[in-house]
Design a protein around this ligand. Sequence first.
Ligand SMILES: NC(=O)c1ccc[n+]([C@@H]2O[C@H](COP(=O)([O-])OP(=O)(O)OC[C@H]3O[C@@H](n4cnc5c(N)ncnc54)[C@H](O)[C@@H]3O)[C@@H](O)[C@H]2O)c1
Length: 262
Amino acid sequence: MAGRLEGQGIIVTGAGRGIGAEMAKALAGEGAGVMVADIEAGLAQETASAIEASGGRAVPFRVDVRDRAGNVAMVEAAVRAFGGLDAIFNNAGIAQVRPFLDITEEDWRRVMDVNGLGVLIGMQEAARQMIKQGRGGSIVNTASIAGKQGYEPLAHYSASKFGVVALTQAGARAFAKHGIRCNAICPGVVATDMWKLIDKGFQEIGATKQDNEAFDMFAKTALLGRGSRPDDLAGVAVFLASGESAFMTGQTLLVDGGIVLD
Ligand SMILES: NC(=O)c1ccc[n+]([C@@H]2O[C@H](COP(=O)([O-])OP(=O)(O)OC[C@H]3O[C@@H](n4cnc5c(N)ncnc54)[C@H](O)[C@@H]3O)[C@@H](O)[C@H]2O)c1
């Protein structure tokens, strides 16, 4: 049986590990050619090899999403590999735990550069290519529950994710006339390396005492009774790339097990 994304060319940034890697595997599993883009070339290669080993099509690509020329080269390479660009997942992101009063200008710029500017440039360069192709496309950004609620020791991270929601809505309005849809996914608390770092950050500022305590604190507020695994985001990623979501744009989908109700 043909996959739901057969013949599509799709870029996933931050796909070397965590949520992005699971999205890339699920998209490839539905027949898409996937560019596995990450700042860590070795991780990109690992995910791409895993996809190829299970019979999918994947190309690793080293990119720093903050870099304009890198994004242009990434889109060009995807078009060369797959014959066109149908969807991009602007998923790469970083987090940092800092008490509100301690956030410095440098902290702000570092987080905003990856999570905000990186998404803006990714959207721009993908949309430019999709407009040129003239057959529409799907842009999907990874926001967060922190794009819906401001969390105190993650104020600058939350601001960056509110920014991702704004870019998604503005992009939807900008590109609808070209048949390009822009939507965002808001994960909750997902067991990835990012959460290990957040968990450690909570301990460093004295908010928690032991490993996983912060994760469990958030996870137990989920109506569905647990924290997320990276593959909890896979189904919605396939849905947003596919024609099944053809009449949706400018939306932010919370996929968090019911932590934030919106
Ligand atoms: N883990 C969670 O609980 C959670 C919750 C909500 C939202 N998110 C968001 O989901 C996305 C993925 O998070 P994750 O938990 O898988 O994180 P992760 O740290 O496990 O993976 C992030 C990946 O992005 C890559 N990356 C970082 N900076 C980059 C850059 N400048 N250019 C290209 N690649 C870069 C990293 O090398 C890494 O492979 C992020 O945008 C994150 O903010 C995560």
